[in-house]
Design a protein around this ligand. Structure first.
Ligand code: NFA
Length: 99
């Protein structure tokens, strides 16, 4: 609608709203529950109780959203998960999807 486009431009709505991306943690059979909780606390800044809940949810459902971030921050967190998991020889992985 033309009116909406004008309103959007005049109020700068797009400028104020960057695209956001969900970071999704994937379950696997090998990564320890303790390591997943550690990742959720250190990389995604969850408290111990929330980290445990999210870990169990991913374990049961196969995947779960762990946060919503701008593109660069989502990519950085996914890369950090991969680096920390590789160092410990765990297959833990995270992916991102547009919100
Ligand atoms: N499924 C893993 C286990 O049973 C735990 C896990 C949870 C792994 C969440 C990855 C993500 N040890």
């Amino acid at each position: 609608m033309a009116e909406k486009t004008i309103l959007k431009r005049e109020t700068n709505l797009d400028f104020n709203k960057p695209k956001m991306y969900k970071v999704i943690l994937l379950n696997d059979d090998y990564t320890t529950m303790d390591f997943v909780v550690e990742i959720l606390i250190t990389v995604f800044h969850k408290n111990a109780a929330d980290a445990t809940k999210i870990m169990l949810d991913v374990h049961q459902k196969g995947r779960g959203i762990v946060g919503v971030y701008t593109y660069d921050i989502a990519r950085t967190k996914i890369a950090l998960v991969e680096k920390m998991a590789t160092e410990r020889e765990f297959p833990l992985a995270a992916v991102m999807e547009p919100e």
